[in-house]
Design a binder for this molecule. Structure first.
Ligand code: ATP
Ligand code: MG
Length: 393
């Protein structure tokens, strides 16, 4: 038998799913297949809470494949693993050659054995001990530390092969993309909304995006920046449609007719109404925003209540309890931060009032709202909606 390297992906929360587990596994399998489609012929299948990725030719780009599966939601750990014959002598032979390069920076290691195939003659601890001895023979300066090892080596006796691997890497976690329903992400060019989108997608929601522009008050470059952010999110979600609606006429009317203190609230309510219509068009069940409690005047509890009153579907705000610093940290780790900080105007920052209402009363907001023909303006804004399909490759 020729030995080859597989990629093994261990599930995250899917393992906790009961009768529905198959549905989540199927979704995960579908995502991984799509994500690796252009990297050569792989056989991809699942068994025993593990997704197996087996290269079927020498042309398969296994390094790139590993990088890509690390961004797939639903996977807790990923590792390259050598498949060897289920024979202890073979396992020892390959443990001596395959494992040492992974331990070159480690002073201590531990071997864990796992035997899914109970007919294998050695128990898991016996197997681990044998492999540990073999590694020590070739790496005499390395020490075994079972309590706090720097490197973890695993030998797993599975259905078809025994697998050897060391130092599995963390996957993206979460649950498979598209298994929790569909959400419409209100995507601005800021730091918060891409993070909110990522968090929602990580919990399995399929994302559709909506961006509001306000040309000439916002620029073409601001829109391009948002599309770049959408593309960065595609590292995790593969593809996303960005719907683009112009708020120019609505903002001009608000500025002309409403009391300045209410500009932002009226605008945000209008954004919510339009977003609900777009959500309905694309069968999204919820809206998602990057709002965080108390971050700005429009994000106080009272202001958010006034905003929510204009929405007829739930508004998810995954960043609600995060400090700015925590959102920035998340934005850096998902790769959106550097784009988000490029300075461009957002529709929410044009015509901002000097004294925005932080404790607005809904009744007064509704009075102000009557001054403007929002029904007609929103209809017109929706009629000229465009969309762009963004995908990773
Ligand atoms: P962000 O960093 O995400 O822009 P923010 O703290 O700057 O958020 P606001 O500008 O008040 O906050 O916007 C709050 C939320 O409203 C955003 O997180 C986003 O979900 C939505 N939003 C704001 N501007 C737009 C826009 N131009 N298009 C779509 N959604 C927007
Ligand atoms: Mg913003």
């Amino acid at each position: 038998m020729e030995n080859k390297e597989f990629i093994l992906c261990k599930y995250g929360e899917i393992v906790l799913k009961g009768l529905n587990k198959g549905q989540f596994e199927k979704a995960l399998l579908g995502t991984v297949k799509t994500r690796l489609a252009d990297l050569g012929e792989f056989k991809i299948y699942y068994a025993q809470s593990t997704l197996y990725i087996e290269p079927m030719s020498a042309e398969c780009d296994i390094r790139e494949a590993l990088g890509r599966v690390k961004t797939v939601f639903g996977i807790a750990t990923v590792t390259r693993a050598l498949a060897v014959k289920k024979d202890i002598d073979e396992i020892i032979k390959y443990a001596k050659t395959y494992i040492p390069p992974f331990l070159k920076d480690a002073a201590t290691f531990k071997v864990e054995g796992k035997r899914s195939d109970k007919s294998f003659p050695l128990t898991s601890p016996e197997l681990a001990a044998k492999v540990g001895e073999a590694i020590l023979e070739v790496l005499p300066t390395c020490k075994v530390n079972v309590n706090d090892p720097e490197a973890l080596v695993r030998v797993e006796i599975r259905e078809e092969y025994a697998f050897l691997h060391a130092n599995a890497e963390r996957g993206a976690g979460g649950i498979p993309y598209g298994t929790s329903g569909k959400a419409l992400l209100l995507l601005s060019g800021g730091i918060d909304s891409p993070v909110a989108g990522y968090m929602t997608a990580k919990r399995g929601a399929y994302l559709e995006a909506l961006h509001f522009e306000s040309i000439p008050y916002t620029s073409q470059m601001a829109k391009e920046k948002v599309l770049t952010l959408a593309k960065k999110l595609c590292a995790y979600i593969g593809r996303v449609r960005v719907n683009i609606v112009s708020l120019t006429a609505i903002q001009e009317q608000i500025k002309r007719l409403a009391n300045e203190d209410y500009f932002t609230l009226l605008l945000r309510r209008s954004m919510m109404r339009i977003a609900c219509r777009v959500a309905n068009m694309h069968r999204c069940d919820v809206l998602v925003t990057g709002e965080s409690l108390g971050q700005v005047a429009s994000q106080t509890m009272k202001a958010l209540t006034v905003t929510d009153d204009a929405a007829n579907i739930p508004v998810f705000r995954p960043c609600i309890g995060l400090d700015k610093e925590e959102i920035v940290k998340a934005a850096r780790s998902i790769g959106t931060f550097d784009t988000s900080i490029i300075p461009y105007e957002d529709c929410c920052t044009v015509f901002t009032p000097k004294h925005p209402k932080t404790q607005p009363e809904l009744i007064k907001v509704l009075e102000e709202e009557k001054k403007i023909d929002f029904i007609r303006l929103e209809e017109e804004a929706l009629a000229s909606m465009e969309n762009r399909l963004i995908s990773l490759y």
